[in-house]
Write a protein that binds this ligand. Structure first.
Ligand SMILES: Cc1cc2nc3c(=O)[nH]c(=O)nc-3n(C[C@H](O)[C@H](O)[C@H](O)COP(=O)(O)O)c2cc1C
Length: 403
């Protein structure tokens, strides 16, 4: 249970979970077999090539990138092209698209297919941030069920030209009075997706409270013929096993739980293979991982060390959650300017300090309280689009970062 493993397993497809004691069979997404049915949740600003590499070095699974806005992609904005980059050894290449209109969705998927830039496409219908929902996008969109259907069907049709499977990731709905997940799940299935993932919260909940695993179980029951993936509040491999047992899902999607601890994917693989070994890293392993993460962000940002340092700062508190790192050092780490300085700061830590136990476990990352959901005018009045809304949707694609 508490074996300490210091070295990640090799990157690649050698992680075959299909042992006699495997918790679940491999996840089949069209032509793609995911041996360990674990998905790294797309997280804007987090799940870039650097972080994905760290995660996939520890275990099998599907590693989705940050969401990219369909329109920005079609317009070939440099930041969007950066977001969809994959390393040569990253297979399958998974891209998450955000879009509010079927035409742009179609163009973006066609571009991914024709230019051979993805092996799997996920569609984001879960983002709760005001900038997105105010335009009818993300978690606001499945409420307009025919628009949702049209976007999903278009993506599936275009992706089929390259034999690329499409999945949908969604929330329960806008709020408890406007739940959409069951209907949206069925519509997505009938439109040809190969799996749906449900984050067991409404948009109104944002990241507050607890994810509703019962809703996940209900969706699993409602879609007997389609893989359903459960998402929300998996902080440990034990949580993942519990979710599978309680909901019957075919796989799990893990977001905040792996922030600052990419080795969670090693624990998940072990748990799904029925093993009990877990990573229990001491300070030295945390420092080495943080340094490597920072180092790998430099090529991701085209050699811009300053940008890489700005990016790594947000990971510091997650990496050191529960570890005895004084506040003065933490403050310096979150304003770090260069790799040399990062190394010098980490050298100040006692590298012999071991794993701190429970303090390093549990919730991390975004939390907070419920929030008003900002929606277009009269959005909830009907599940059909009115003329104004139709017009707005056409103009609406925003360049944003998700959630
Ligand atoms: C910083 C951050 C960025 C996120 N960005 C995205 C995104 O780009 N696309 C998406 O579908 N969900 C996004 N999410 C939501 C996660 O994918 C996931 O559904 C959510 O965090 C719940 O899972 P968890 O409890 O395992 O964190 C984001 C979440 C966080 C915390």
């Amino acid at each position: 249970m508490t074996e300490t493993l210091e070295r990640p397993a090799a990157v690649g497809g050698e992680h075959n979970a299909a042992t006699a004691t495997a918790l679940l069979p491999p996840l089949q997404l069209g032509p793609i077999t995911v041996d360990t049915p674990v998905v790294l949740a797309p997280m804007a600003g987090i799940t870039n090539t650097a972080f994905r590499r760290l995660c996939r070095e520890y275990g099998g699974g599907l590693y989705v990138n940050e969401m990219v806005t369909a329109r920005a992609l079609v317009e070939r904005r440099p930041e969007s092209l950066r977001i969809i980059k994959h390393e040569p050894d990253e297979v399958p290449r998974s891209v998450q698209l955000y879009s509010v209109d079927p035409v742009t969705t179609g163009h973006a998927v066609r571009m991914l297919v024709e230019e051979d830039r993805a092996d799997h496409i996920d569609l984001n219908f879960g983002c709760p941030v005001p900038k997105v929902t105010r335009k009818g996008g993300g978690s606001a969109l499945p409420w307009k069920i025919r628009l949702f259907e049209s976007i999903v069907a278009t993506a599936v049709r275009e992706a089929a030209r390259g034999n690329i499977p499409v999945t949908v990731k969604m929330r329960k709905g806008i709020d408890e009075d406007h739940l959409t997940y069951i209907e949206a799940g069925k519509v997505a299935r009938d439109s040809g997706v190969v799996a749906v993932a449900l984050h067991g919260r409404t948009a109104r909940q944002h990241y507050s409270g607890q994810a509703d695993w019962e809703a996940i179980a209900r969706l699993r029951e409602s879609l007997p013929d389609l893989p359903v993936l459960g998402n929300g509040d998996i902080w440990s491999a034990e949580d993942a096993v519990r979710m599978v047992e309680q909901t019957g899902v075919d796989g799990v999607v893990v977001g905040r739980g792996c922030q600052g601890r990419p080795w969670l994917f090693g624990d998940l693989q072990a748990a799904f293979e029925g093993r009990e070994d877990r990573y229990r890293p001491g300070v030295s392993m945390v420092c080495q991982t943080l340094l490597r993460h920072a180092q790998m962000l430099i090529p991701y940002f085209d050699g811009d060390e300053r940008k890489a340092m700005q990016d790594i700062r947000k990971h510091v508190a997650w990496y050191f959650k529960g570890y005895p790192v004084g506040s003065a050092l933490r403050t310096q780490l979150v304003t770090v300017e260069s790799m040399a300085q990062l190394q010098e700061l980490l050298d100040q830590l006692d590298q012999s300090i071991g794993y701190p136990g429970d303090d390093a476990e549990g919730p991390r990352g975004r939390a907070g309280s419920p929030k008003k959901v900002h929606l277009p005018e009269d959005w909830l009045a009907s599940q059909e689009l009115n003329e104004d809304q139709r017009q707005m949707i056409q103009d609406a694609e925003v360049d944003t970062s998700g959630g």
